[in-house]
Design a protein around this ligand. Structure first.
Ligand code: NAD
Length: 287
């Protein structure tokens, strides 16, 4: 039987509707959530991503401010801007769009963001909190992946989950989230032996590699929930890391590319920004 296609756009709209209602309530109480985005240089994909984030903010009522800066901007100028944004009470979330032009050090900039405004969840403090099971900001793509899995009604506890890819922004945090949900998690990477065999163990299979159609239908356990994170630009269209046509014959649930993980990533950024605004209100109240 063909897999059910998980509609990431529809799920993202549900999330945004919840966020919109929360933003209305906060704005009425005098606390409109605000997101500052730093975009340096002319990377075309980044321009598109940032425009999508601006649109999503406008759609839910979050105030967004994009700092579009030339590629020649120095590390020191960016650090000074982040300092100003950290101190600005109208800014609740700050994100530095990556990749940055050569010569700029993204990790240092991400570390400079106040962890309580780190809506991307890339600051080491938030990475540590996630690993320790403490409250903090969870990176948006992994948070969206978890929502997509949950939307299938799958009981995650006790499941065999396989995550292909171990990046700090997608693979590792996704594995950590699944572990926190009591899945038995295997993480695969470029040195994994017998990748197809390991993938076939997964009742949940998350693929975040960046290689067009790496995972074939016969790598998939029948009935598995398959989340395809990959975005690979082909000559004609975008491709995922999973071969869609063969995978849909075997999987139980499958995300499309585009229209799966991407919209949920942006929706979770809205969730994190509202969370940051609430956090600021609590801290302000304490102050
Ligand atoms: P990355 O390059 O940082 O990490 C890729 C990972 O894949 C590495 O851990 C590497 O060990 C592993 N890998 C490489 N070749 C492999 C192979 N042959 N077999 C098994 N593992 C292999 O990439 P990333 O930032 O994690 O992104 C992965 C993909 O997800 C990319 O296509 C990216 O564009 C996409 N992505 C999508 C979203 C979204 O919102 N939809 C967000 C982030 C990333």
């Amino acid at each position: 039987m063909a897999a059910k296609i998980i509609d990431g756009k529809a799920l993202a709209e549900q999330v945004r509707a919840r966020v919109r209602a929360e933003v209305q309530e906060l704005t009425a109480a005098g606390l409109q959530p605000g997101l500052a985005v730093i975009l340096v240089g002319e990377d075309p994909a980044s321009q598109v991503y940032v425009r999508n984030k601006e649109r999503a903010c406008a759609d839910v009522g979050i105030r967004s401010l994009v700092h579009r800066l030339p590629a020649a901007t120095s590390q020191e100028e960016l650090l000074a801007l982040i300092d100003r944004l950290n101190a600005d009470p109208a800014v609740h979330g700050i994100l530095v769009q990556v990749p940055l032009p050569p010569g700029l050090r993204a990790d240092e900039l991400q570390r400079a963001v106040d962890p309580d405004k780190d809506v991307d969840g890339f600051h080491p403090v938030n990475a540590g909190r996630l690993l320790l099971g403490q409250p903090g900001f969870v990176p948006c793509t992994p948070a969206g992946i978890l929502e997509l899995v949950k939307s299938t009604g799958t009981e995650i506890a006790g499941c065999e989950a396989v995550v292909v890819g171990r990046s700090a922004t997608v693979g590792k945090p996704t594995a950590t989230l699944l572990l926190a949900e009591n899945a038995t998690v295997t993480v695969c990477h470029s040195k994994t032996r017998n990748l197809p065999d390991v993938c076939r163990r997964g009742e949940i299979l998350v693929v975040a590699v960046g290689r067009r159609e790496l995972v074939k239908g016969d790598w998939i356990r029948p009935g598995a929930v398959v989340i395809d994170v990959g975005i690979n630009r082909g000559e004609d269209k975008l491709y995922g890391d999973v071969e869609f046509a063969s995978a849909r014959e075997v999987a139980g649930f499958l995300t499309p590319v585009p229209g799966g993980v991407g919209p949920m990533t942006v929706a979770m950024l809205m969730v994190n920004t509202v969370k940051a605004a609430r956090l600021a209100a609590i801290q302000g109240g304490r102050g």
